[in-house]
Ligand binder design. Structure first.
Ligand code: AMP
Length: 120
């Protein structure tokens, strides 16, 4: 169930401030307020989807296509494409998703190290 009072919904409605780096009719991107890298951007669809799973199951192909194309545009706008960047989306509790509004993290600006957690 989508909670319309989650923090990203409130940012989208302009109720709490965010350092925006990109905005169009259906996508918003802003700086993560607890960055994990020198460049750490959160990209969200403005419509209310709880998770990657919810978004890809219920949004239109056009909306999904526009969203991910825009993630690429933003990464380029950040100047991150030459040295590289990482995309992360946490989906659900085992992945540690804390804000239940679908979002993609763009991380860049330094060597980011390994990402694949090993269980053994
Ligand atoms: P996740 O753990 O994948 O759900 O990521 C949530 C992210 O949202 C974390 O990296 C937080 O630092 C970030 N965050 C939470 N509140 C805010 C806020 N008000 N402005 C910007 N980023 C936020």
């Amino acid at each position: 169930m989508y909670d319309t009072n989650n923090v990203f919904a409130r940012i989208i409605r302009g109720e709490i401030p965010a350092a925006k780096v990109y905005e169009d009719d259906s996508v918003l991107a802003f700086k993560d307020n607890t960055p994990s890298a020198p460049i750490h951007i959160i990209v969200v669809p403005k419509a209310g989807y709880t998770s990657f799973e919810h978004f890809t199951r219920t949004a239109s192909a056009e909306e999904i296509g526009h969203f991910f194309k825009t993630v690429g545009t933003i990464a380029k706008q950040l100047g991150a494409e030459e040295n590289g960047f990482r995309l992360v989306t946490n989906n659900g509790p085992d992945a540690g998703q804390t804000v239940m509004h679908f979002h993609v993290h763009i991380l860049a600006g330094e060597p980011l190290g390994g990402v694949l957690g090993r269980r053994t």
